[in-house]
Structure formats: structure tokens, C-alpha cells
Design a protein around this ligand. Sequence first.
Ligand code: IVH
Length: 672
Amino acid sequence: MTEKSIRERIEQLRKEINEHNYHYYVLSDPVISDAEFDRVFRELQELEKANPQLITLDSPTQRVGAKPLSAFTQVTHQIPMLSLDNAFTDAEVHAFDKRIHDRLHINTELEYVCEPKLDGLAVSLHYEDGIFVQGATRGDGETGEDITENLRTIATVPLKLRGKGYPSTLEVRGEVYMPKAGFLALNKKAEIHGEKLFANPRNAAAGSLRQLDPRITAKRPLALFCYGIGVYKGKDIPSTHNEILKELKEWGFIVNPEIEVVTGIDKCLKFYERIGKIRSELVYEIDGVVYKVNQLKEQERLGFVSRAPRWAVAHKFPAEQATTVLEDVEFQVGRTGALTPVARLKPVFVSGVTVSNATLHNMDEVRRKDIYIGDTVIIQRAGDVIPEVVEVIKKLRPAHAKKINLPKDCPVCHSKIEQIEGEAIARCSGGLYCSAQRKEAIKHFASRRAMDIEGLGDKLVEQLVDADLIKNPADLYTLTLDQLSGLERMAEKSAQNLLDALEKSKKTTFARFLYALGIREVGEATAKSLARHYGDLESLFNATQEDLQTIRDVGPVVAKHAAMFFSENHNKKVIEKLLTVGIHWPKTIKSDANLPLKDKTFVLTGTLQDFSREEAKEKLENLGAKVAGSVSAKTSYVVVGADAGSKLKKAQELGVSIMDEKAFSDFLRELT
Ligand code: IVH
């Protein structure tokens, strides 16, 4: 075949595949069998493999997941991504409709588009001449994260628009979600592998989209429903929201099939009722419905209040409640020894899941709600929060109901329980002698924002501690292939992967290391301040409580816990061992109160030629500056690279000082 005929064949195959995908995903009406589809797909893959120069980004083969990123870059939304006001009652919905009538001086019924409110993650998809070029999260509404490569892996995100009538620049907005069945299957798999479970489909979707490695995203069952547009250039915009949705469908996007156009607010309430009834049968989770004024002219006249449009409202479903019996209460021991009373319930089905545990928070809550073992209780599960006991049905309290008492000894290690006067929290005094605290400390050490040990899930940590293979974080690094592959449910390959991940984690930063130690009250931000202030471990070991308190953001409580931690011998030993096994970090540039850019806030925008965003940020932070995501009156300087957008405009409006890349390089040179 000549190159020309290969090119033509490739194009034809791509067209065919896109067409089949559209029939399969958008119309739910496939025209060929899966086997036939696979054959066509494989032919394209093989042709592309033999002719890599012909691969284009919009090819359907390019969904498998690109190489991992080291960090996400930020994307400024040209048009902010807004949120919605909520209504919980019919009266609030009527008030919404009345406000609109008053503002528009209209006394006839209005046309609304009624849509399910999906419980996923809002995204923006940018198309140039019909090709998907960039995708971003909503972020704070002004600035989101560039997740293009992850979105590319979702089968229902068109890489190339269908037909011809689309605008030259188009930004589509929608919700990425994980279907209920996919979520259950993913958690089942995680459970088998002893990994952490996702609390609900929304968290699972968010976690999957915010993966630096798109190959992981590609394996997750994600889908997209589109519900609106942002930038729309090069073509006249239709006159109603519903026509926009129709256009989106023609161009290959999936729009929720339950959407209805109605006249009058009472019909909206009928829609709410209808969707409420079929909610549990829907294959995706929703947390309410949304009503939007259909006419775009009217939307424009209504405008916005702060971050939400006046022309739309989210009518939320109430948090689902159920009644069950509290059979027992157990006390869980956390990383810092804190005891949390957990209710063991007679299993009950609430909003899609079976609930058998609920948090009782602490003993003050137990007393305030007057909860006894044996009580009939109302429990509630809302969104991603852990189920909780809302109230007790007192008249159903049986005669044998038992008062809940704080144990005197730790249920795990039998050390004394201590409760400081006036504090709601009681703690086990066993410290790292307590295996529950040890487990939690090691889980924290391995977590993503700490040492980021991939594959070391909660279940595995528990297994390792229970088998007495590890007692502290340093022991992780002396584990052998034999020990690991001897564990139940651990294949040799996974064992080797874990050893590789442990090896990889040895290269870290001083701040991450400090955070990973799990010092009480020392979160990520404090760990960063400590790392920057002291620069190395030795100085930190020598610091007194008074020294520590001089650092910005470090108060007396944090200083007390940090000083105590570094003075304890067993902590010193664990740290020494961690260094001996090879944990290391690049030299942290020490900063103190005299740092030249202390109290200065920078915003970076556009593309810099000589630095990556991360590098520029690190340089600034090492000089004591804060680097923020959005411009405000408090911003000291905005550094502007190529193709800067709305942040530059905002800086100009607010009169904030602006530096181009050359000025920025000169400025850094002066200071370093
Ligand atoms: S419209 C200006 N429509 O709800 C209108 N949002 O609270 C902004 N959402 O960030 C969004 N389903 O993540 C719209 N049918 C729907 C939606 C929807 C879910 C989410 C979206 C948004 C949040 C706003």
C-alpha cells in the first residue's frame, strides 16, 4: 500500500470507529457486534503501529492513557465555572420562580429545562475546530487543573466532534461520574487487594480523574453527561438552553436522557417527584434536580449573584434516613490515640448501600443525643459523609437498654485511657506501644501526601503489623521479597511492586518527611513551614519549644507537640533508621524571618519559556514568597508568560504589579 492509501484507510477506520462509538455510547443502539468492532479497532491499531507518523491525537486509539505527569498545571477558565444555589423545599422553589418573575416583569408561566443533578465532578472540555484540545476540572471556579490526558481516556468524551455545524471554538461543560455498578466493582477489586475503599461513586470519580498517571484513569469506569457550554465562538448561539443541549447531542456528547422542558414551576415540582421515584433505579447517583430558565435572553437579563446564576436552582433531595437498632458500640483507636465510639447497627439499606456502622463522633455527642445500646435510632447518610446517628426514638427504648461508657483501658493494647478536663476527646496513652496507633501511624506515613508508597493500602499495613513483620515506619524498608510473598493474597509480582514502590519513596522532600512522621498537630502546611525554617533535621532536633513558636503559623500547641516528639528517644531511633535505610531529600533552602520575599504573594500565569510552573513556584517559595492561584488586591506581583489570560486582565484592573519573564529572571538573579 502506498502511504496515501494507508492514510486513507486509517481515516476511514477512524471514521467508522467514531460512528460505532456514537451508536454504542450516545444512542445506546450499536449497529455491529463487539467482535466486529474489535476487528476494525485492531486493524487501525496495527496500521498506526506500522506507521507511527500517521497517529493523531484525535485517533480513537489514543484513549489508552498517556505517560504519567509529575504535577497538574493550572488552567484559567475564560468564563468562570459557577455553582448553583440550593432549594430544599417546595416553598423555596416557588420563591425562586417568583424572584425571576419579579425581575423580568413577566406574569405568564416561564419555560424551564429540568435536569437531574449528577453527583460527580464538573469538568470543562475545550474543542478547537472540532478537536478536543484541553480539559480541566472546575477547581475554585476561576482556575482548575489540566486533566486533558485523563479525560481523553473516557470513552464518552468525544476526541473529535461529529458533523460539521460546530463553532470553531467550543467549550462544553458537564459532569464526569462513575456509574453505580462500576463503583461497586472497583471497590470489590480494591477489597480483594486490601486497598482503601472509596466512600461513594463521587469520590471514586474524583480520585480517578485526579490521577497523575492517565493509565490508571483509563482503567476506571468513568462516563460523562454534558449540561452546558462555556466559550462558544465562530457561530451564532441558539436562543434556548434546550437547543444547545440538542446541538451537543448532534456533535456526539451524551446529554442526560431524563431532561425535560416544561412550562411553569409546578411542572418542575412534578419532575422532581418523578425523578425522586426512579432515583434508585438510575444507574448513576444524583443528589437532586436542577431547573434552568430555557430562554438565553432571559438568562442574560437575570445575570448572577456572587458565584451562582439567578436563572437556575438545584432542588436537592433530603439526606436519606432509615430506622434501625443500635446493637453495640465499639471504640476505634486513631493515629493519635483518640477514641471514636462507633455504632454497630442492624444492617439497613440507605441510598444505595447497606449501612452497618455509624460514627457517634465522641462521648459528648453520645450524651447529648442520649444514646443507649439497644435503642432504635434514626440514621442518615448524606453525600460522602460517614453515616451518623441523627436521633434516638426514645419511646422504643427497651428495658434492657445499656448505657454507653468510655472504657477505662484501651480496647486494643489495654493501656490507660486519658481524657483531659474540658476536652471532648479521650485517648489511649499507649502511644506506639498500641498496635492500633502503630497501624494508623504507618498508614499515614505511606499515604499519598506523605511518603506516597504506592500499593501499600490500609489492609496490607494491618496484615504486616498483625504478622509482626513491622513495628514502625522504618521497618517497612527492611521487608524482603520472601516475607512479602509469604503473606496471604500476595503474589510475587505484587510483592516486588511494593518493594519497588518503597525504593522509589526513599527520594522525598524534607517537608513530606516531616509530615509523614505524623507529629500531632503537624499537617502539611506546618511541615512545610518547619522544613523551610530549619532546613535540616539537626537544627530541628536542637530547637526548643520557644524557638519553634517563633515560626509563622506555629502556635504553642503545635510547638509543644513537635518539641515533645523530637525529644523522645524512640522517635529519634526510628528517624535514624529511616535515614540509614536511605531516605533522602534535596537540600532544603533554609529560610527565616529575613527571607527577601517573606510577606509577598505571587501569581504565575501563562507559559514561561525557561521554567516550568513548578520550578518557578519552588524558587519563589524558597525565597519566602507565597504563590497563589488567583489574583486579588493582596497579590504583590503577577508573573506573566506567553498566552496569559484573565489573570493578567484582573491584575491590570486591580493595579497589581506585573512582571514579564525577563523581568522575573532578572528579579530572581538579583535575589539569589
Ligand atoms: S449547571 C451555572 N447542571 O452542580 C450552572 N450543574 O452546584 C452551573 N451539577 O459544579 C452548573 N448536575 O458539578 C449544572 N445538570 C446540571 C448539573 C450540575 C450536576 C453540578 C456541577 C456544578 C454543581 C453546581
